[in-house]
Design a protein around this ligand. Structure first.
Ligand SMILES: O=P(O)(O)OC[C@H]1O[C@@H](O)[C@H](O)[C@@H](O)[C@@H]1O
Length: 286
């Protein structure tokens, strides 16, 4: 179904019983969002080329988390009690609360709530996600603890950025930052500059400030700021690991770099309290 608005249109396509793909067309940008996972799949602010990468081999039918765009890792980052990587928010269908088309921006609000969605994390919760697509992009998620006990959670907005090739990209702000190296399992590593982001790389940097993904091949910079998130996670699997991952199309690891805005340590939330976290993304030519 296609709905027309003054400044653009929305095409809704049901892909399975688990969700729909929402295709937003606006004079200034295009974007795609999957209700399964509440996941941004693309954002294409004109005249730049598309900002996010999405695998051509990833199923969109709800059978597993979608590999691409911005998977939402919540209520935990990484593994937790052997209950799977990155929590369950990316594996459930979110509801569309509202969509608003304006002259310069499209705002989309999605909601996920429930109790006992995982044995490891059975508490009642509500997540409200506000996406604002424009010539910039912003994403904010508010978590409300609707249970009667204090809850802990961690999170990451797992951005898959489309790049010319990881070997042509750098993040200058991280060269003097301490990090945990997930590959060697060493924590608290002193700053060590990467020549480029060619994989395998899997690091958690402890840094609050804005970072810039410089892509010399595309001649483009992506500036990412975050709030209520103390870490940046930089990940690319490299060829050997990627070749074992059926949801990365052949050679796909040469097309993206993940720069994730996260909080990999637990945060605590009192009953009936809310906590928000999010990010803002800007693009410019070098
Ligand atoms: O395959 P998943 O669960 O989407 O995770 C992908 C990667 O996500 C990154 O955030 C982690 O640091 C990596 O260790 C992990 O491999």
């Amino acid at each position: 179904m296609v709905r027309k608005f003054t400044y653009g249109s929305l095409e809704e396509t049901k892909v399975s019983e688990h969700g729909e793909i929402l295709k937003i067309s606006h004079e200034k940008f295009d974007a795609t969002v999957s209700t399964f996972g509440g996941q941004v799949l693309s954002w294409h602010p004109k005249p730049y080329s598309p900002i996010f990468w999405c695998s051509s081999n990833t199923p969109l039918d709800g059978s597993k988390a979608i590999r691409g765009g911005i998977p939402i890792c919540w209520p935990w980052f990484g593994d937790f009690q052997g209950k799977g990587n990155h929590g369950f928010a990316r594996n459930h269908a979110w509801l569309v609360k509202h969509i608003k088309f304006e002259r310069d921006v499209v705002e989309l609000v999605l909601v996920l709530f429930g109790t006992e969605l995982s044995d490891a994390w059975p508490a009642g919760f509500k997540l409200v996600q506000t996406l604002r697509f424009s010539d910039t992009f912003s994403q904010e998620i508010t978590y409300t603890n609707i249970g009667s006990d204090i809850q802990r959670f961690s999170h990451a907005l797992h951005n898959y950025f489309q790049v010319s090739t990881p070997g042509q990209t750098i993040i200058p702000e991280l060269k003097e930052v301490w990090f945990d190296d997930k590959i060697s399992e060493r924590q608290g590593c002193p700053p060590q500059e990467l020549r480029n982001l060619e994989g395998p790389v899997d690091r958690i940097y402890h840094f609050d400030n804005t970072v810039t993904l410089i892509d010399k091949g595309l001649g483009r910079a992506i500036e990412i700021s975050k709030f209520n998130a103390g870490q940046w996670i930089v990940w690319n699997p490299g060829e050997d690991l990627a070749s074992t991952m059926s949801d990365i199309h052949p050679g796909g690891e040469q097309e993206f770099v993940c720069v994730e805005a996260g909080n990999t340590n637990w945060l605590e939330v009192e009953p009936e309290q809310s906590v928000s976290f999010g990010q803002q993304i800007k693009v410019y030519n070098l």
